[in-house]
Design a protein around this ligand. Structure first.
Ligand code: ADP
Ligand code: ZN
Length: 218
């Protein structure tokens, strides 16, 4: 299975991709997580990425594409993958096409998660993440068993630096200008599946897999 999750920040891409990837036993490749990992490890790439991320801007395409190219070469990605947060520009979409073509592979589907904008603000400002394993929580809808502590690894739950109302507004503008054009891009390639992810945090995985299966057979 080779899937891409599209969708604005806060639509639930990360949660959905993570649950689905575990279920299918394929890697969940989140470019945001990869950048945050670099940042935590204080690599050169991490420092560069941070200068964009803190303002809600996109990391330059060549940097992002280079990182994804390396990730796709790893063994675990050979049996499939779920991309979350990549591609985010038409340029990245074209680069992904080229990479897959080189590997003689193609995407099964691109899933666009749709949530009303006012809901995005609520979700993002109540979102918490595990600082060690990246698992996503929510102070209203997806509470850990012990407040502030990750159920999976015991790590501390923190709020991402860019999960505030001001940066989110910028990320939404960036999404509309640079990422939303990918909806048409993938529609034209007959890969686009749209999924209403309102009030469905974490429970839509099987519904989406059904949609993908129907799409593959069509
Ligand atoms: P969200 O989808 O909630 O905005 P992500 O974790 O996917 O969060 O991304 C956080 C930040 O990481 C983005 O605002 C951007 O700065 C950077 N980033 C992530 N993926 C990409 C990408 N494909 N291209 C450029 N920048 C990216
Ligand atoms: Zn954890």
């Amino acid at each position: 299975m080779r899937l891409v999750f599209l969708g604005a920040p806060g639509t639930g891409k990360g949660t959905m991709a993570s649950v689905m990837a575990k279920q299918l036993q394929i890697p969940h490749i989140s470019t945001g997580d990869l950048f945050r990992l670099h940042l935590a490890n204080k690599t050169e790439l991490g420092t560069l990425a941070e200068s964009y991320m803190k303002d809600g801007k996109l990391v330059p395409d060549d940097v992002t594409v280079g990182m994804v190219r390396e990730r796709l070469k790893e063994d675990d990605a050979q049996k499939g993958f779920i991309f979350d947060g990549f591609p985010r520009t038409i340029e990245q979409g074209k680069a992904l096409d080229a990479m897959l073509q080189e590997m003689n592979l193609s995407l099964d589907a691109v899933v666009d998660l749709v949530v009303p904008e006012e809901e995005l603000f609520r979700r993002i400002t109540t979102r918490r993440v595990c600082k060690d394993c990246g698992q996503i929580y929510n102070t209203e809808t997806l509470k850990p068993k012990v407040e502030g502590v990750c159920d999976t690894c015991g790590g501390e739950l923190i709020q991402r630096a860019d999960d505030n109302a001001e940066t989110l507004r910028k990320r939404l503008d960036v999404y509309t200008e640079q990422t939303a054009p990918l909806i048409d891009f993938y529609e034209e390639k007959k890969l686009l599946l749209s999924f209403d992810n309102h009030n469905k945090m974490g429970s839509g995985v099987d519904e989406i897999l059904d949609l993908v299966e129907k799409h593959r057979q069509a």
